[in-house]
Design a protein around this ligand. Structure first.
Ligand SMILES: C[S@@+](CC[C@H](N)C(=O)[O-])C[C@H]1O[C@@H](n2cnc3c(N)ncnc32)[C@H](O)[C@@H]1O
Length: 520
């Protein structure tokens, strides 16, 4: 079997025409693998090809099992005419739009390389309505057509039926993909996601990253296996994945359907973990504990700047120095003088700390709070008294909660508290022996530390990363105790130079030392 039909057609028809219908063809080597998934269902009899083109899948299918009943859909009459010459009456060919037809029929096998259009190039609104009506689900308005083909096909599987799709991997990691992933999980049919991370293009000029999605409506498994392919040489991995069915739950990159989180980018399930490049890793919790910052339940009421303290006549001894906004901290090291600067700039840098105060001005401010029902808010209502501050000693290191450009660690030299804009990091001093907080901090500033933590990040759309305290506690780090005394001293030397000069090349040298000592 070969792609000669497609090659001839490509020469005959303009690129413009092919683009208009998204006619990019599946290479036979890959089509064979999708076909294999369908044929592994011994009861395969009725097959649907929803985006036919020149029918590469049907050609392969019929060459292996000539009694199959195949139906197909195609909207372009030019390619339809060419295909008709090849297939004659061997299959039931319909010149119709798949999305608006055939909802009532079900099949043993559905196989497809659906059209991939840019969002504005097709009638998104009406197709979405059609899908939402039949599947009774809500989807994001930006949901791309290729995923709608997939959801419709899953809906059209008979019990025991299988479906094989090759589509862009975009939906796995995009915002509109979240609801698609919710629905995929809900159907209980998802079995394999095989992602191409090829340097070279899988399809001539159309896609750089594609994935194969294999589903089965058979109740034989509740596991999904992710396979990541780096080059064409690894196509064997697909064959292996397809052949091992039902999926063994203890195989590599296998997750129970109920454990998959549709809200996060799924690359976390298939991309190689950064930590795999290093040896001597230990959980971060061996060295420190990460706890969320102080939650007040009413920041506007509890936070103060100097002017507000003056207006309400609150003495400084009833105010707890505190960082309220992560953007107020510009550098890696936060000092007393940075705190003084923020005070002078009129930033909110205090929290009301009214416990046991008999001061009349403090009492008046508390009464004002009660008059404004601050004491009846969700968090304050659960505290006794309602204005009690959470007990959090100032943390020597802070780490930002949301990040766009990687984790940001700050050494809190000013010994002040922090709101939830940062998490608090408390190093276990007793474990440290000759490791100082500064050595730990020097490590945390390196790209290596950040990359290893990234294995545990939650990603929200637009490249926004979030770390909950436990994502960091359970994240891994290099075991600093395994460094020789000489290297520890060397690192501390560059770290003090960094503190004095703020020159990043010192941090680069530190990172190099870690890489040299811990890389596999
Ligand atoms: C990406 S090509 C795949 C062709 C072939 N199945 C293959 O894998 O080589 C998608 C095909 O679907 C057709 N198509 C586009 N929109 C369609 C629709 N709404 N219903 C049915 N076919 C459609 C295009 O004309 C094109 O031939």
């Amino acid at each position: 079997m070969n792609n000669s039909l497609e090659t001839t057609y490509t020469k005959m028809v303009s690129l413009e025409h092919r683009k208009k219908f998204a006619q990019f063809f599946t290479p036979v080597a890959i089509a064979e693998l999708l076909v294999k998934w369908l044929l592994n269902n011994e009861k395969l009899q009725t097959v649907l090809e929803p985006a036919f083109g020149l029918g590469v899948f049907s050609r392969i299918l019929l060459s292996k099992k000539n009694d199959l009943e195949i139906k197909c859909f195609e909207v372009d009459d030019v390619i339809f005419g060419q295909a008709k010459k090849e297939f004659g009456d061997k299959i039931n060919m319909l010149l119709e739009d798949y999305m608006y037809n055939d909802w009532e029929n079900k099949y043993d096998g559905i196989i497809c390389n659906p059209p991939y259009f840019k969002f504005h190039d097709y009638d998104n609104k009406n197709i979405l309505k059609e899908i939402e009506k039949h599947l009774k689900c809500k989807l994001n308005g930006f949901t791309n057509l290729y995923t709608l083909f997939l959801l419709k096909s899953i809906h059209q599987l008979k019990y025991g039926g299988r479906c094989a799709y090759i589509i862009p991997s975009e939906f796995l990691n995009s915002d509109y993909g979240k609801l698609v992933k919710h629905h995929l999980i809900k159907t209980g049919t998802l079995r394999h996601i095989i992602v191409f991370n090829f340097e070279e293009n899988v399809f001539d000029d159309a896609l750089t990253t594609a994935c194969i999605v294999l589903c089965a409506n058979d109740g034989n498994s509740n596991s999904v296996q992710f396979t990541n392919l780096q080059s064409v040489k690894e196509l064997d991995k697909i064959d292996e994945a397809i052949s091992n069915y039902p999926i063994m739950s203890d195989s590599l990159n296998v997750y129970s359907l109920s454990k998959l989180n549709p809200e996060i980018k799924w690359k976390i399930y298939y991309q190689p973990r950064n930590g795999n490049r290093f040896k001597k890793l230990v959980p971060f919790s061996n060295y420190a504990k990460v706890v969320r910052g102080i939650a007040t339940g009413a920041n506007g009421y509890f936070t103060f700047n100097l002017a507000k303290a003056e207006i309400f006549n609150i003495d400084e001894k009833y105010l707890l120095p505190c960082i309220c906004h992560c953007t107020d901290v510009k550098k890696n090291i936060f000092t007393d003088s940075d705190f003084e600067d923020l005070k002078l700039q009129g930033k909110n840098v205090y929290l009301l700390n009214a416990i046991n105060s008999k001061d009349k001005n403090v009492i008046a401010y508390l009464q004002k709070g009660e008059a404004e029902s601050i004491n009846r808010k969700f968090l304050t209502a659960s505290r006794n008294p309602w204005y009690l501050l959470e007990k959090r000693p100032p943390a020597p290191i802070w780490v930002s909660v949301f990040n766009r450009t990687g984790l940001r660690f700050v050494r809190n030299k000013a010994n002040i508290s922090n709101l939830t804009t940062f998490h608090c990091i408390y190093p276990h001093l007793n474990l440290f022996a000759d490791i100082s907080i500064d050595l730990l901090f020097a490590y945390l500033l390196t790209d290596t530390a950040k990359q290893i933590f990234e294995d545990n990040s939650r990603e929200y759309g637009n490249g926004l990363q979030k770390f909950e305290p436990n994502d960091l506690n359970m994240g891994m780090m290099l075991d600093l105790n395994q460094l020789s005394k000489e290297y520890k001293m060397e690192i501390m030397k560059y770290y003090s130079q960094y503190l004095n000069t703020h020159q990043n090349n010192n941090m680069t040298v530190i990172d190099e030392i870690f890489k040299q000592q811990y890389s596999i």
